[in-house]
Design a binder for this molecule. Structure first.
Ligand code: ATP
Ligand code: MG
Length: 246
């Protein structure tokens, strides 16, 4: 569904991505791991044209992103919803209207119809109990789940999630994990998750890629990742004492 072919990206004299070739298969939960500053967020932003590569190609569903017009890029951004690390909600709107507003804007519905759909979406993703709250009253895990509900209201094929569990307490983090797994299994949504959270990886990942020194040092199934002998992967997992089963 998402494909990187020999992608390079630099900022000034820093070669963040040197030669990345990587595929995110349709309908699965694929994690991209790597140390802080490895370029994971940069990689994910290339998918929806928030950044452009210097060389190489990035495809979303076989469409080359590098040369798309703004209109076509808009279509890709609708189909592939990007959820930023600091899930941004409109502070002056209730949770319900945070979800209803983009429905109204992008799906051309009136206020009543968009609110009804937003209510359905919130119930579907188990956040309807907080529909009337203002964002400032929510915990960080709740904000994240509302951001996922809002993205799902756009009826995407794919979610790109940047560090969805970073900064959350373990209970909130696992609830976010469960929601990601649920949208993947129930709706067949392709999820590309950028993370450092090995507990999440163990509990919800199908595939794992490890970004190291500007290229993908490992790519495979989650079991293969934890069994990998690739030195940089071993070092990264070194402090991992999570041995829970899925
Ligand atoms: N717009 C930008 N301009 C200049 N440098 C940038 C820009 N975006 C990212 N970088 C640099 O690229 C490198 C990789 O950044 P990136 O945010 O992708 O890392 P990351 O792997 O997501 O790290 P973290 O785990 O801390 O989120 C960093 O050194 C960062 O400073
Ligand atoms: Mg990042």
């Amino acid at each position: 569904m998402i494909r990187f072919e020999h992608v390079a990206k630099h900022f000034g004299n820093q070669n963040v991505l040197r030669d990345v070739s990587y595929c995110v298969p349709r309908g699965l939960v694929s994690f991209v791991l790597g140390r802080s500053g490895a370029g994971k967020s940069v990689l994910s932003k290339l998918v929806v044209g928030l950044l452009y590569s210097d060389s190489g190609s990035v495809f979303f569903d076989n469409v080359l992103i590098n040369t798309l017009s703004e209109q076509h890029l808009h279509d890709v951004r609708m189909r592939c919803q990007y959820i930023f690390q600091h899930a941004t909600l409109f502070d002056s709107l209730t949770v319900l209207d945070n979800v209803a507003l983009p429905i109204r804007k992008h799906r051309g519905l009136n206020v009543r119809a968009s609110r009804l759909l937003a209510e359905e979406q919130l119930a579907h993703l188990h956040v309807d109990d907080i529909a009337q709250q203002m964002p400032e009253t929510l915990g960080p895990g709740q904000r994240k789940r509302v951001a996922i509900a809002r993205a799902m209201a756009m009826q995407p094929d794919c979610l790109l999630l940047d560090e969805p569990t970073t900064g959350l307490d373990p209970v909130a983090a696992r609830r976010v994990d469960a929601l990601i797994r649920e949208v993947s299994i129930r709706e067949g949504i392709t999820c590309m998750v950028v993370s450092h959270d090995l507990v999440s990886v163990r509990s919800i990942a199908d595939n794992v890629a490890f970004l190291h020194e500007g290229s993908i040092a490992f790519q495979g199934k989650v079991e293969e990742f934890f069994a990998s002998t690739t030195p940089c992967v071993r070092r990264f997992c070194g402090g991992d004492h999570t041995h829970g089963n899925r």
